[in-house]
Design a protein around this ligand. Structure first.
Ligand SMILES: [Zn+2]
Length: 210
């Protein structure tokens, strides 16, 4: 999931306006930001299908640090503490950990059964697998994004957020509908870099315009 995560960021910002929006945007992206570093580092592994860009064919073999509920939340804690100390704002800690955990929760809707709960070997893995129905997943993610954003933002911020989410979601279209060509992403490392660019650029643009 991509833009759906950012809707939760807007909601958390509405609930806790004392925490700067960029911090919350980083929090909801944190699992994928961490993942995009751990994959090239060889710590976590993913296998892409060279013949199709569809999300349902991406095999997330191992990502216990970035994408488990318990271990992932524990790892997000020191980052939250560090940002809280820099900003001298203790509220950052629970909001950062909650934002990071919300990423895992939303991912369980779309991922196949590959998301670890605890993050240790032999762990239970979950995922409702909405990605198996790509076009439906495409619609559900944007509708979820739009509804939550409508509730969280207003005025120009709302308009910019809906457009920004629409543009980024449209860029993601091949991963839901497939493509005539083969997968344009050629390796797991480039897939990780694309995730970093995607989450990073959405965060920067949203922080500037919203
Ligand atoms: Zn994720």
């Amino acid at each position: 999931m991509f833009v759906g995560h950012f809707a939760v960021a807007f909601l958390l910002w509405r609930l806790f306006p004392q925490v700067p929006l960029p911090v919350i945007l980083i929090a909801v992206s944190f699992p994928d930001l961490l993942w995009s570093i751990l994959v090239p580092a060889g710590v976590e592994t993913v296998r892409i299908n060279p013949d199709s860009p569809l999300q349902k064919f991406v095999v997330f073999e191992k990502f216990p640090y970035s994408h488990s509920l318990v271990l992932g939340s524990i790892i997000s804690l020191p980052i939250g503490l560090l940002i809280a100390a820099i900003l001298n704002n203790p509220l950052v800690v629970p909001v950062f950990v909650a934002g990071s955990a919300s990423h895992w929760l939303l991912d369980t809707v779309v991922h196949l059964k590959d998301l670890p709960v605890l993050g240790f070997d032999g762990d239970r893995k979950v995922g409702a697998g909405l990605w198996k129905r790509g076009p439906l997943a495409f619609v559900v993610e944007y509708v979820l994004y739009a509804i939550v954003t409508l509730f969280a933002l207003s005025g120009f911020s709302l308009v910019y957020a809906l457009i920004l989410g629409g543009v980024f979601h449209a860029i993601n279209l091949p991963s839901f509908f497939g493509a005539n060509r083969k997968n344009s992403v050629k390796s797991s490392n480039s897939y990780a870099v694309l995730a970093l660019i995607g989450f990073g650029s959405f965060t920067v643009i949203a922080a500037l315009v919203i």
